[in-house]
Design a protein around this ligand. Structure first.
Ligand code: DGL
Length: 264
């Protein structure tokens, strides 16, 4: 029995789970933890994100996880190295796979990255991208408003508020002539259609969850048992899950006291 643990600051990581479930993997069981009591992570300091992430990993290990996926872009950007140093189990974030896919995709060497404020501030994407290909130019843009817009169901293609918000955030990147854009936040794949329309067909969008799922995909693709835990409001999580995981996967979630898990 092989168990994968996945955590995110809340419901957004379900976009990553969705890709993993769709592509199939070698796991018999997947345990998902959404830190709904402390979301968002994207506005918090690096120190806080590290403390929260350590507790999240400890919780997943207590539920039998053999490996951990950090689905949260913000936690991957700010806490992955510390998590790897703290735990012997394999822990994978979304940054490396996205950076590798972006470097492989770009033709003109101009790569945009969008994420939460904490992800962009971490500087992890320019570091990783330039380590892979020193000549690339990287343009980062924090897009914090897209997070609540997705959670309030504003990500449908025709939504004018979301379209204006995308144009507001992406105008500068468009002017820079990027040909590749990393969607560096769990929520942003929901806006792929809208972002693609705004930037045009010449810009390749990199979906971190899809890249990760591609790496995990296994010919031994069974249907894993899914378990969901949250740190607050399980009913709210289950209601929002349809947006992020898809209505075809009904979700029931249990409450856990994340504060009971050590943060150091
Ligand atoms: N899950 C977060 C991320 O991918 C977005 C929500 C938050 O700010 O916590 O960065």
């Amino acid at each position: 029995m092989k168990t994968l643990g996945i955590f995110d600051s809340g419901v957004g990581g379900l976009t990553v789970l969705r890709e993993i479930v769709a592509r199939g993997s070698a796991y018999d069981r997947i345990v998902y933890f959404g830190d709904t009591g402390r979301v968002p992570y994207g506005t918090r300091s690096r120190e806080t994100i590290i403390r929260y992430s350590r507790q999240d990993v400890r919780f997943l290990l207590s539920r039998g996880a053999d490996e951990i996926i950090v689905a949260c872009g913000t936690a991957s950007a700010n806490a992955l190295d510390e998590l790897k140093a703290s735990f012997p189990q394999p822990i994978t974030g979304v940054i490396d796979v996205s950076a590798e896919a972006a470097v492989a995709a770009t033709k003109n060497g101009r790569i945009g990255v969008i994420g939460t404020a904490a992800t962009i501030k971490s500087g992890v994407y320019p570091r990783k991208l330039k380590a892979l290909s020193p000549s690339v130019e990287v343009f980062g843009q924090a897009c914090p408003l897209l997070v609540p817009l997705a959670e309030y169901g504003f990500a449908e293609r025709g939504n004018q508020i979301a379209r204006l918000t995308c144009a507001h955030y992406l105008g500068g990147l468009k002017e820079k002539g990027i040909d590749t854009l990393i969607l560096g936040c769990t929520h942003f794949p929901l806006f792929s259609g809208m972002i693609g329309e705004y930037l045009g067909p010449g810009v390749r969008l990199i979906n971190s969850g899809a890249e990760l799922a591609r790496r995990l995909a296994s010919p031994r693709a069974g249907t894993p048992a899914l378990e969901f835990y949250v740190s607050d409001d399980p009913a709210g999580f289950c209601a929002d899950a349809a947006i992020f995981l898809g209505a075809e996967h009904p979700v029931s979630a249990s409450l856990t006291d994340i504060a009971a898990y050590p943060a150091d």
